[in-house]
Design a protein around this ligand. Sequence first.
Ligand code: FE2
Length: 165
Amino acid sequence: MASQQLTDQLVKHIDEALGMEQNVLRMLDGMIETTEDEEIRNELRHHKLETEQHAERLEKRLAAHDASPSTVREATGIMGGLMKGVVDMVRQEKAGRNARDGYATEHLEIASYQLLERVAQKAGDEETAEVARKNRKDEEAIAKKIEANWDRFAELSLQEAGVPA
Ligand SMILES: [Fe+2]
């Protein structure tokens, strides 16, 4: 049996991961709205579905610990700053910036899931560790997709700024 303190920390990590995914959902909505490229839009829509799944899995793990999502959720620290930056940037409708901030956000998620996985393992909660792994795999996949398209994002970004090719 994990100590109460450890379990409390685990629940906090799950709850924060859920908050993160909810922020990502908002961010993706903004990106979908501001992306003209059909293929990229489809990728974003696909990742939105995945993100909804991520959030759902986390909600289930919270419920398994008899906890419910924080009602007042304030993204704090690094994440808050980044997320706010991301949302502000999205408003400027720039493909390159969407890609850059999307890439940074995916890595923030990957880091969070690495931590969550380990805290869950220490607390003996293998199911939450598995959720962390599964979610992380999707984030890694989308980060790789962004990575494979830097040339294109740079071009789109210049196009949007009206720079002739
Ligand atoms: Fe996610």
